[in-house]
Write a protein of this length. Structure first.
Lengths: 355, 800
C-alpha cells in the first residue's frame, strides 16, 4: 500500500491528540460514567487516539517505525491514567456503600446456651484420669452396701466406732448401709477377679455428719487399689508422688507420715506443701505449711484373706482421695455446700471440658 | 489428748524443744493439732511496793506512783483506779517484755515521765479479764522475779492419737513411744504400797471373759481433802477440774500412766462387797454426772449387794462416790474386754476418759501397777492404811502376740533396703521379748501393744522409727494392664458430653430426700429404701428419681434471679425389690426459659418447650437404634416411677431399638405449683442410663456418601387439626420409597386460607440415589405416589 500521510501531518495530529488528552480531565473525573465517556472519546472505535493509531499504517514504512512506539506510548500512558482514575473512583464508591452497610457491632452476642460440667465431675476425672494413664481400670460398686463389704472384709471389726450409727447411715428393715467409703469397691472387684489387679474406683460416699461449710453427709472419693507381685510401700510412694505431681504440678513437695486405717498396714497420710503460702502458714494449711491430701497404705493381709487371695503370693497398696477436698483446693471453693446447691452462678464458673 | 510438756519430762528427758517434739511426733504418726503456752510468758517483771500515790498534774484518771523494788525507786504513771500506797504489786521495769512481745520502754504520759508499768493479771497473760492492777498481797520479797514465783512455763500439746494406739493415751505412754524412737530410757517408775491392813473387800467376777482382771484394794483411815498445789496444777494444766485428793489421784494416774481407775467409798457399798455382773432388766444407775441411766439388760456393771455402783469401765456411781466424808476407799484397778465398754458407752451415750481408753484397749498389766501407784499417792496425800490387792484372777492376763518374721520380709513390705541391724534395732526398742537375728526373729508384742500382730504391723513400726522418707519412690514394672472403663461410666461420659453441648449445666444433688419433697413431685414413698438414722426428716428416703432434685434446683435458681435454666444430673436412683435395694444410674434434665440468651432478638429466642426436651433425649439416644415414642402407661411403655411428675397428656416414653429408655414431657401443673414454677414452662426428661449402657453404640463406621445432587420438593398438606404430625411422617415413610432420604417439617399453620378444623403441614422431601441423579419425572412420580397415599390414609389434601 502507498503511504498517504506524511510524517509531519501525523506528528501534528499526534500533538493535537496529546493536548486533548491533557485537557480531558482523566485525573479529575468526578465519577465512573464521566471517565468512561473520556475513554470512549479517545479509545472508542472512533476515538481520537484510536484514529491516530489507525493512521500509522498510512505513513511510509520508515516513519511508521519511528511513530509506532510514540503512538503506543501515548496509548499506554492514557490507559494507565484511566486505570488509576478508575481505581480511585471505585474505591470512593465502595467506601460510600460500605459505610452505608455499617451495623451496630456492639450489640451483645447471640449466645447459644453453653453447658458446663460440674467441678466435681472434672476434678474426679482429673484424678482418675492420671491413674488411668498409669494403667488403672475404672471400677464401680454399689452405694448401698452390706456390712461385710463396707466393714468386715476391710478388717474393720464389729465393734469399731466407724460402725456406730453416729457415723454411718443404715437402712430401715434391711441389713444395708450407705457406704462410708469407696473401699467397698476393692472388695467387690477382688471377689470378681483374680490377681493381679489395678483399679481406680471413683464414687459417692456417705457419712452421718451434719452439713456445714467443711462437712458433708454426701461426698466423693477416688479409691485406688494395686495388687501384684512384690508390691510394697515404695510403690505406693512412687505412684502417689507421680499422681500428685501430675495433679498439682511437677514441683509439688510431698510428705508421707504414718497414720492408721484398719484395711492398710503400714498406713500413711500424704501432705503436700501448701500452695497458698510460702510455708509460713495460712488458713488453707491451718498454719502448718502442709495440706493433707490423701490417705493410703499397704493392703492389710487380712483384706486379701477376706477375699481368698494369698497374702504370701500377692501384695499391694490402696489409697483414697477426697474429691471435694481437691476441688476446693484447686478451684478455691470455700464452702462444701456450694457443690450441691446447683446455683447456676456457681456452675457457670467452671469449664465443660473433661480435664 | 492434752499433753503437758513439763509433765512429759517427768517420764523422759527427751532434750527436745517443743517444735522438735512436734516434728518427731508427726514423724511417728501423731499429729499435734495445737499448742497452748501456759505459765509466765513475760520477763523482767519484779515484785515491788507502792510507796506513794499522787495525782497526775494533767489527767484526772491517771496517778503518779512512787514504786520501790528493793533496789531503787521509780516514778510510774498508772491508770488503774485500784492502785494505792502500801500495795505489793507486779512491776514491769524498763526493758521488761510482756506477752505479745510488748516491750516496756521509758515513756511520757501526758507530760509526765513513767519509768515502768504496774501490771494487771491480764497484762501478764495470767487471766482473761482483770479489774485493775494485780495486788499481790504480803509475802513475796521486793525485787523477786514474778515469773519464777509463778512456776515454770509449760506447753500443752493437743496430740491426736489414732484409735490403734491407746497405749499412747497418757504422758508415760507417749514418753515410752518417744523413748523407743529416740533410743533412750524412760525414767524408772517407783511406787510401792505398804500393806499395813489385813482386810479386803470381797469381789466376785461373774463373767471372766468380759472382765479378765478385777483388782480391789481397801484403804482405811483416809482423810479426803483438797489436793496439794502440784497435783491441782497438773490436772488443771490439761484442762481437768480438781475434785478431792482421792479422785484427783485416780485422774492423775489415768493421764500419767493411761490406766483408768475408780475409787469407791467402801462404806457406801451395800453389803460391803462388789460383783462384776451383767445389768438386769429394769436396773437404773445414777452416774457421777448426776444423771440417771436406765441400763439396757446385759451391760457389764460393778454392783454392790443391791444395785449397780459403776458402769464397768465407763463411769462410777454418784451414790458410792468418794467425798470429803469418806474414810474407807475401795480402789478399783481392772481390765475390761474393749467391746464390752464400747457397747456400754454406746448404749448409754455416756463417754468418759476411762471408756475412751478401755474401748480401745488398755494395758492388762497396768491394772495392777497403776493401781498400786494410785494407792501410794492416796496414802501420801491423805494418810491411812492400805490392805492387799484382792485381784481376780490371781494369774496375769496374757501378753501380746508372738510374730515370727525377718528383716527381708519387713523390707519387702516397705520396698525399702534397711539394714538388718536397723530393722532389729528398731524392733528391740519396742519389745524386750525379742529373739533371733535379722534373718529370722521372733517378736512378742508388749502387753500394751494390741495393734502388733503381723509382719505388716512390724513393717509400720520400722518405717515410722526409721522414717517413711527413707523408703524410696518406686514406679516398678508391674504387670502391664489395659486401663478400661465400665460400660456405665462410658455411657455417662457420652451423656455428659452430649448434654453440655446442648447447653445443659451439670447438677449434683444429694441421694437422700424428704417425704415432703417427694410428695411435692407427686412421687410415692411407698416401698422406697428408708434411712434408719437420718440426719433429719429432709434426709429420710433414698431418691426414686433425679427429678425432685432438679425441680428444687430450678426453684432455687429462679428465686435467685435466673430466667433460663438448663440442668442435668447423672446419678443413682433407688428402689426396693424384695430384700434388696436396686440402684440404677440415671440421667435427668430440666429446661425452662429462653433457649438463647438474646432478649433483644426475641424471635430467635423462643422459650424452651417439649421439642427442646425431645432434642436432648434424641441426642442421648443417638446411636442406640431407631427411635419411637409412646405415651407412658400404655402398651410397651409401661408405668415408671417418675411418670406422675409429668403432665399426663403431654409426656412421652422414648424407645430406642425397641426398648423403653427415657421419659420426657411437660411438668405436671400440680408439681409446678408445689415448686413455685407455675409461671414457667418446665420440661423435663429422665433416662435409664444402665439400659443404654448395656447396649453401647458400636464404633462409628465410615459410609461413602453420594457426590450426586439431591432433589427437594416442598408440599403443603391440609389435614385434620387433630392429626399428630408424627402420623403424617410415618405414613410418608411407610410408602417405602427407597430414594426418599429425608422428611422435614418446616411449617405448621392454622387460620385464614385453611378450612376450620384443619391445619396445614408443610414438609420438605429430599430424594436421591447414590448411583445416579434422579430425573424430574422420577421425582414427580414419587411425590405423586406419596400425595395419593396421604390422601387415602389421612385424607390429606394438597393446599392450593
Amino acid at each position: 500500500m502507498e503511504p498517504t500521510k506524511t510524517l509531519a501531518a501525523w506528528q501534528s495530529e499526534c500533538a493535537k491528540v496529546q493536548s486533548a488528552l491533557a485537557e480531558a480531565g482523566v485525573e479529575t473525573a468526578a465519577d465512573l460514567p464521566t471517565l468512561e465517556e473520556v475513554r470512549v472519546r479517545f479509545l472508542g472505535r472512533k476515538g481520537a487516539l484510536t484514529e491516530l493509531l489507525k493512521s500509522l499504517k498510512d505513513l511510509p514504512l520508515e516513519d511508521r517505525k519511528a511513530c509506532g512506539p510514540q503512538g503506543n506510548a501515548l496509548r499506554g500512558s492514557f490507559e494507565a491514567a484511566l486505570a488509576a482514575a478508575r481505581a480511585r473512583l471505585e474505591d470512593a464508591a465502595d467506601a460510600a456503600s460500605l459505610k452505608k452497610d455499617a451495623v451496630d457491632l456492639t450489640l451483645p452476642a447471640l449466645r447459644p446456651p453453653r453447658g458446663r460440667l460440674h467441678p466435681l465431675t472434672t476434678t474426679l476425672d482429673a484424678i482418675a484420669g492420671i491413674f488411668r494413664r498409669l494403667g488403672y481400670s475404672w471400677a464401680e460398686g454399689p452405694q448401698i452396701e452390706d456390712e461385710f463389704h463396707n466393714f468386715s472384709a476391710l478388717n474393720i471389726p464389729d465393734d469399731h466406732p466407724a460402725r456406730d450409727t453416729q457415723d454411718t447411715f443404715y437402712l430401715q428393715d434391711l441389713p444395708r448401709l450407705l457406704r462410708t467409703h469407696t473401699s467397698n469397691v476393692q472388695i467387690r472387684a477382688m471377689e470378681k477377679s483374680k490377681p493381679p489387679i489395678r483399679i481406680v474406683c471413683p464414687g459417692r460416699v456417705f457419712r452421718h455428719e451434719q452439713i456445714d461449710a467443711t462437712h458433708s453427709a454426701v461426698f466423693h472419693q477416688v479409691e485406688g487399689l494395686v495388687i501384684d507381685e512384690g508390691v510394697g510401700f515404695a510403690d505406693l510412694k512412687g505412684h502417689l508422688q507421680a499422681f500428685l505431681e501430675s495433679l498439682l504440678g511437677s514441683s509439688t513437695k510431698t510428705r508421707f507420715r504414718p497414720s492408721y486405717f484398719p484395711f492398710t498396714e503400714p498406713s500413711t497420710e500424704v501432705d503436700v506443701k501448701c500452695f497458698f503460702c510460702p510455708g509460713s502458714g495460712c488458713p488453707a494449711c491451718k498454719h502448718t505449711g502442709w495440706i493433707e491430701i490423701l490417705g493410703a497404705g499397704v493392703v492389710n493381709p487380712a483384706v486379701l484373706r477376706a477375699v481368698g487371695w494369698d497374702p504370701e503370693a500377692w501384695s499391694g497398696f490402696a489409697f483414697g482421695i477426697g474429691v471435694e477436698r481437691v476441688a476446693m483446693l484447686t478451684h478455691g471453693v470455700r464452702d462444701l455446700r456450694d457443690f450441691y446447691a446447683n446455683d447456676l452462678r456457681f456452675l457457670r464458673q467452671f469449664d465443660e471440658d473433661l480435664v | 489428748m492434752k499433753i503437758s510438756s513439763s509433765w512429759l519430762k517427768t517420764h523422759l528427758e527427751h532434750g527436745l524443744s517443743t517444735a522438735e517434739l512436734q516434728a518427731l511426733l508427726l514423724k511417728l504418726g501423731f499429729e499435734v493439732a495445737g499448742i497452748e503456752r501456759k505459765g509466765p510468758q513475760f520477763s523482767g517483771v519484779v515484785v515491788a511496793k507502792v510507796l506513794a500515790k499522787d495525782k497526775h498534774p494533767n489527767a484526772d484518771k491517771l496517778s503518779v506512783c512512787t514504786v520501790d523494788d528493793g533496789a531503787a525507786r521509780y516514778s510510774v504513771v498508772c491508770g488503774a483506779p485500784n492502785v494505792a500506797a502500801g500495795q505489793t504489786i507486779a512491776f514491769a521495769r524498763i526493758g521488761a517484755v510482756l506477752p505479745g512481745d510488748f516491750k516496756i520502754k521509758k515513756a511520757k504520759l501526758r507530760g509526765v515521765e513513767s519509768q515502768g508499768m504496774i501490771c494487771s493479771r491480764e497484762e501478764l497473760g495470767l487471766s482473761k479479764d482483770a479489774d485493775g492492777i494485780w495486788v499481790m498481797g504480803e509475802g513475796p520479797s521486793l525485787g523477786a522475779d514474778v515469773g519464777s514465783l509463778l512456776g515454770p512455763a509449760d506447753d500443752i500439746l493437743e496430740v491426736e492419737v489414732t484409735s490403734n494406739r491407746p497405749d499412747c493415751l497418757s504422758h508415760r505412754g507417749l514418753a515410752r513411744e518417744l523413748a523407743a524412737a529416740l533410743g533412750r530410757e524412760l525414767k524408772p517408775l517407783s511406787s510401792s504400797v505398804a500393806e499395813t491392813l489385813a482386810k479386803t473387800l470381797p469381789v466376785e467376777v461373774e463373767d471372766a471373759a468380759a472382765c479378765p482382771f478385777y483388782g480391789g484394794r481397801l484403804i482405811e483411815g483416809v482423810k479426803v481433802g483438797e489436793s496439794p498445789a502440784w497435783l491441782k496444777d497438773r490436772l488443771e494444766s490439761i484442762g481437768l477440774r480438781p475434785i478431792n485428793g482421792v479422785v484427783d489421784a485416780t485422774n492423775f494416774v489415768l493421764h500419767d500412766l493411761g490406766q483408768p481407775l475408780h475409787a469407791f467409798d467402801a462404806d457406801r457399798l451395800a453389803g460391803g462387797r462388789l460383783i462384776v455382773r451383767r445389768a438386769k432388766a429394769g436396773e437404773t444407775f445414777l452416774a457421777l454426772d448426776h444423771k440417771s441411766y436406765a441400763l439396757p439388760e446385759g451391760l457389764l456393771v460393778i454392783a454392790d449387794a443391791e444395785k449397780p455402783v459403776a458402769l464397768a469401765g465407763v463411769m462410777g456411781g454418784e451414790e458410792s462416790a468418794v467425798t470429803e466424808k469418806t474414810t474407807r476407799v475401795l480402789l478399783e484397778g481392772a481390765y475390761f474386754h474393749p467391746p464390752e465398754v464400747r457397747k456400754s458407752s454406746q448404749k448409754t451415750r455416756l463417754r468418759s476418759d476411762s471408756s475412751y481408753r478401755f474401748e480401745r484397749g488398755a494395758d492388762p498389766d497396768a491394772a495392777v501397777w497403776a493401781a498400786e501407784r494410785a494407792a501410794s499417792l492416796i496414802l501420801q496425800l491423805g494418810g491411812g492404811q492400805a490392805g492387799p490387792l484382792n485381784g481376780l484372777p490371781k494369774v496375769r492376763v496374757s501378753s501380746g502376740k508372738r510374730i515370727e518374721t525377718s528383716a527381708a520380709r519387713i523390707n519387702s513390705i516397705l520396698g525399702a533396703e534397711f539394714s538388718g541391724d536397723e530393722v532389729v534395732g528398731s524392733l528391740k526398742r519396742i519389745a524386750k521379748d525379742f529373739s533371733g537375728d535379722a534373718s529370722k526373729f521372733a517378736f512378742t508384742a508388749p502387753s500394751w501393744r494390741h495393734d502388733l500382730a503381723t509382719a505388716n504391723d512390724l513393717a509400720e513400726e520400722v518405717g515410722r522409727f526409721l522414717g517413711y522418707d527413707r523408703v524410696p519412690y518406686r514406679l516398678s514394672p508391674l504387670t502391664p494392664r489395659a486401663a478400661t472403663l465400665t460400660a456405665s461410666e462410658a455411657a455417662a461420659r457420652r451423656a455428659r458430653a452430649r448434654l453440655t453441648a446442648l447447653g445443659f449445666c451439670e447438677a449434683y444433688n444429694y441421694d437422700l430426700l424428704s417425704e415432703k419433697a417427694l410428695a411435692a413431685a407427686r412421687l410415692s414413698s411407698e416401698g422406697l429404701p428408708r434411712v434408719l438414722n437420718p440426719l433429719s426428716e429432709d434426709w429420710a428416703l433414698l431418691r426414686p428419681s433425679l427429678l425432685p432434685g432438679l425441680l428444687k434446683n430450678a426453684q432455687h435458681n429462679l428465686s435467685h434471679g435466673a430466667d433460663a435454666v438448663r440442668l442435668f444430673e447423672v446419678g443413682k436412683a433407688y428402689s426396693r425389690k424384695g430384700g434388696e435395694v436396686v440402684e440404677q444410674w440415671r440421667v435427668a434434665g430440666l429446661l425452662l426459659g429462653p433457649v438463647l440468651d438474646a432478649r433483644w432478638q426475641s424471635a430467635r429466642a423462643p422459650r424452651a418447650g417439649f421439642p427442646d426436651a425431645k432434642a436432648a433425649v434424641e441426642a442421648l439416644l443417638d446411636g442406640a437404634g431407631p427411635l419411637s415414642w409412646e405415651a407412658p402407661g400404655q402398651g410397651q411403655a409401661g408405668t415408671w416411677v417418675c411418670d406422675p411428675v409429668f403432665h399426663p397428656a403431654n409426656a412421652l416414653r422414648a424407645f430406642a431399638g425397641g426398648q423403653p429408655l427415657a421419659s420426657l414431657g411437660w411438668l405436671h401443673p400440680r408439681v409446678a405449683r408445689a415448686f413455685d414454677l407455675e409461671r414457667e414452662g418446665v420440661v423435663l426428661f429422665e433416662l435409664n442410663l444402665e439400659r443404654l449402657a448395656a447396649k453401647p453404640a458400636p464404633r462409628a463406621k465410615f459410609r461413602a456418601y453420594s457426590p450426586l445432587p439431591v432433589s427437594r420438593r416442598d408440599l403443603a398438606l391440609v389435614v385434620d387439626a387433630a392429626l399428630p404430625y408424627g402420623r403424617l411422617e410415618e405414613t410418608v415413610r411407610a410408602c417405602g420409597v427407597a430414594e426418599l432420604q429425608d422428611v422435614l417439617l418446616f411449617d405448621v399453620y392454622e387460620g385464614k386460607g385453611v378450612p376450620e378444623g384443619k391445619k396445614s403441614l408443610a414438609i420438605r422431601l429430599t430424594f436421591g440415589r447414590d448411583d445416579r441423579t434422579l430425573t424430574d419425572a422420577e421425582t414427580a412420580g414419587f411425590v405423586q405416589g406419596l400425595v395419593a397415599a396421604l390422601k387415602e390414609k389421612l385424607g390429606a389434601e394438597l393446599r392450593s
